[in-house]
Design a protein around this ligand. Structure first.
Ligand code: 7TS
Length: 418
């Protein structure tokens, strides 16, 4: 697939769009302008085909049968581990644990590493821009263990307040958990620097990569993090599957949080020993078709080249930021330029509630999300109850940004009665 011109970071967007059947849909008689990619992206034909092919031609459970289909399914399933390893620069396929998604991956670290290592008075440091998935699991394990949850502030520009982060990082910090990219502000956190600071204090670093994996080149070893979580459905793969990267020595020392088939070494009436990493953490029948289709999504991303994708999405974001400047009464949250910013744009209108904006925009075929985006502490910091959010993916175009702005102006005019 030669969609990315060699060595030249220009994406052939029309060729990419042709790979996504859903983008041909019309909504309320208008062409679909899908700008809710932070919630979930669409899937290319190759991902849909991978799922269908599994069910149509070699459906079987994995790691069980000694017949051809099961062996083929098992091999395909395990191949995806190596693909994900390559996608994020892990050292070994065993460092990749399949989960239901980011949420389950973060809960796994909290419930396994957290419960085993946190003592009363220990501290967990998160940031004000976390999704509830990277907040609530830490609050839960803090309550169970007597650890204290601290939270580093966000600046008015929507970046992490580095001074406040340092002030909250103490000799008692055992875990630093933060988003690679904020799902509300689009802010890209300087994870490598923050991880270095956290490690000098002896803390482990857990990164919520849900909004990064499909948009930025990710290299967990360059980031220096200990755990990295992401969801397939936000990077052109299916729902119901994601992955947790964990440093092998850490995973090796961890207990499973779920017991059942496939995760054991030996079971007797008295006790059970665990399977090796990563199978120890994959109890029960996993979403096999989804894992295999995740592999197709990884192939798709690597084929296009993530620097090229990043450059395209940066152009869209820059163009949208420039156009939004001329929208009267509209405030855009997050960094004002594309430096350290991913393609997520949250805004509030002086006159119109975000839900009303989104409702009118839907009539124009423009899909944006309105709400608190599962980031209520951040909403409080921003002084709003909700925002309207547009988030771009590699198949979006500047024409669609124009349609978004037109629709936004239309919604504003509609509610102002002008
Ligand atoms: N972390 C971040 C930063 C997210 O944006 C999301 C989902 C999650 C974790 C949870 O991912 P899941 O796949 O386990 O559900 N964010 C959004 C969103 O912004 N709008 O809908 C879902």
């Amino acid at each position: 697939m030669a969609l990315a011109a060699e060595r030249q970071p220009v994406l052939d967007v029309q060729a990419v769009r042709d790979l996504f059947p859903i983008l041909e849909q019309r909504v309320h008689g208008k062409p679909l302008v899908y700008l809710d990619n932070a919630a979930t992206t669409q899937r290319p034909r190759a991902v849909l085909d991978a799922m269908a092919e599994f069910y149509e031609s070699y459906n079987a459970n994995v790691h069980r049968g000694i017949y051809a289909f099961s062996e083929k399914a098992s091999a395909r399933y395990e191949e995806v581990r190596s693909k994900v390893q390559a996608l994020i620069g892990a050292a070994a396929p065993e460092e990749i644990v399949f989960t239901r998604g980011t949420t389950e991956a973060l809960n796994l670290v909290a419930q396994s590493w957290g419960r085993a290592n946190l003592r009363e008075g220990d501290e967990i440091l998160v940031t004000e821009m976390e999704h509830h998935s990277n907040f609530v699991p830490w609050q839960m394990v803090a309550k169970e263990t007597g650890a204290r949850l601290r939270c580093a502030r966000v600046t008015d520009e929507g970046r992490l307040d580095r001074e406040d982060f340092r002030a909250n990082l103490t000799g008692r910090t055992r875990i630093v958990a933060l988003a690679h990219v904020s799902n509300v502000l689009g802010t890209i956190n300087p994870v490598a620097d923050l991880a270095r600071e956290a490690h000098t204090r002896g803390a482990i670093v857990v990164v919520d990569g849900a909004q990064a994996a499909g948009h930025l080149p990710v290299d967990v070893r360059a980031l220096g993090c200990d755990f990295y979580a992401f969801s397939a459905h936000k990077m052109y793969g299916p729902t119901g599957v994601g992955a947790l990267y964990g440093r092998l020595d850490l995973l090796d020392a961890m207990e499973p949080t779920m017991g059942g088939g496939g995760m054991i070494g030996e079971v007797t009436l008295e006790r059970t020993t665990w399977a090796d990493v990563p199978h120890r953490f994959e109890a029960g029948t996993m979403p096999i078709a989804e894992v295999i289709a995740l592999g197709a999504a990884v192939d798709f991303l690597l084929d296009l080249d993530r620097e090229t994708i990043r450059a395209h999405e940066e152009r869209l974001t820059s163009y949208a930021l420039a156009r939004l400047k001329s929208c009267r009464g509209v405030k855009v949250f997050g960094p004002p330029t594309t430096a350290g910013r991913a393609p997520v744009l949250s805004l509030a209108s002086h006159d119109v509630h975000p839900h009303d904006l989104a409702t009118v925009m839907d009539r124009d075929g423009v899909a944006v999300r309105a709400g608190h985006h599962c980031a209520q502490p951040l909403m409080r910091r921003l002084g709003v109850g909700a925002t309207a959010r547009a988030s771009f993916a590699l198949y979006n175009t500047t024409d669609e940004v124009d349609a978004f702005i037109r629709s936004l102006e239309h919604a504003e005019a509609f509610f102002r009665g002008s």
